[in-house]
Design a binder for this molecule. Structure first.
Ligand SMILES: NC(=O)c1ccc[n+]([C@@H]2O[C@H](COP(=O)([O-])OP(=O)(O)OC[C@H]3O[C@@H](n4cnc5c(N)ncnc54)[C@H](O)[C@@H]3O)[C@@H](O)[C@H]2O)c1
Length: 329
């Protein structure tokens, strides 16, 4: 990787105090970039001051909302790369409150892109979408060509945001690239509820020596990405012009939720699991086994996941064991 390209580069990360944003910030600080973190610290999301405690003197922070267009117009001005990670992906919450999700994912993205069009058309913007965009999976591994039929309002909004990014690339010549992430795990995730994906919640339960509830027979497959691999993909996508206007799947190590629970129990020597009937409200959103075909990004950028599930989970469990008090309350 062209690591030296990041030295002194002016980078902005929306959602910079959240899970992926803060891990990306650590890597960019290591590489010598000039980093601005923008975060509104939205309740229930993953923003956590502890996430950036050890780099606090090496980054700038602006506590503002991407929906605040006037602030965005000032903040984007001198940036060379913007990672847009201030997204909502809590599809459970969107059932009763579709508006906040629409506001954050769509209005927030438009506000940022318009600010770039007006103030900084030379910037490169990287957007993080997710696997939910595909909806029910017809066949695996799934590639970017599959038509998206989302089952969740959140996924529709993410899809719209992705389209905004591609449109600004194709029509307004703002360089953008979109990555479709799958379930991502690692240090610095919010650990207080299960509404942003199940992996962190399984980790939470096992570390508390509790039972992991598995719906059905637990054989649903998810493709799990370790956060460092995701960070690497974001960095590579930002540095290449080949990614302009493109959408790429990321993937990790596919595993069933049952095998994931067993792995966590084995590594920690704690917890247990329990098979239970699928609750009706979850059945509606179940997309089936998900395995990503990430050959497009592998071919274009040489990216592929490097951290095995066992290794990634061991690092993750060590992190939360050590820093539990900063994540449990
Ligand atoms: N974590 C995953 O497994 C996963 C999987 C697929 C896609 N993604 C995508 O990656 C992005 C980052 O996810 P994450 O796991 O880091 O989430 P996170 O909740 O940990 O971080 C998001 C951060 O964005 C901030 N934020 C939200 N709305 C904002 C707004 N309008 N203005 C400013 N800040 C705002 C929140 O306060 C939070 O700190 C999201 O867009 C998400 O859809 C995540």
């Amino acid at each position: 990787m062209k690591n030296e390209a990041w030295a002194g580069k002016k980078v902005m990360i929306t959602g910079g105090l959240g899970f992926i944003g803060s891990n990306l910030a650590h890597r960019l600080v290591e590489l010598g970039a000039d980093v601005l973190l923008v975060d509104a610290m939205v309740p229930g999301f993953g923003g956590n001051y502890f996430n950036i405690q050890d780099i606090i003197d090496k980054v700038k922070i602006n506590y503002c909302d991407t929906r605040d267009h006037y602030s965005m117009k000032c903040l984007v001005r001198d940036k060379e790369v913007i990672f847009h990670l201030a997204g909502s992906f809590n599809h459970i919450r969107t059932v009763n409150d579709p508006w906040t999700d629409l506001e954050i994912n769509c209005r927030g993205s438009l506000s940022l892109l318009e600010a770039c069009r007006n103030q900084n058309p030379d910037v490169k913007v990287i957007y993080a979408g997710h696997r939910g965009q595909y909806g029910r999976v017809e066949k695996t591994p799934i590639n970017e060509e599959q038509v998206c039929h989302p089952l969740q309002i959140n996924a529709v909004n993410i899809m719209a945001a992705e389209h905004y990014h591609i449109l600004y690339n194709n029509v307004h010549e703002i360089k953008t690239a979109c990555l479709r992430l799958t379930n991502t795990y690692g240090p610095r995730h919010q650990m207080q509820h299960f509404e942003q994906g199940v992996i962190n919640w399984f980790i939470h339960l096992v570390l508390e020596n509790r039972v992991v509830p598995l719906f059905g027979d637990g054989t649903q497959v998810r493709d799990l990405s370790y956060v460092d691999d995701v960070v690497e993909a974001l960095l590579l996508a930002a540095l290449s012009d080949e990614t302009n206007g493109q959408v790429y799947n990321l993937g990790g190590e596919p595993t069933s939720l049952l095998d994931l629970a067993k792995l966590l129990i084995e590594i920690t020597g704690k917890g247990g699991y329990n098979l239970m009937e699928y609750p009706d409200q979850y059945k509606l959103f179940e997309v089936g086994d998900y395995i990503a075909d990430y050959s497009k990004i592998k071919q274009s950028l040489g990216w592929e996941p490097k951290v095995s599930l066992r290794e990634g989970m061991s690092r993750t469990l060590d992190f939360y064991t050590k820093y539990r008090k900063h994540y449990w309350t």
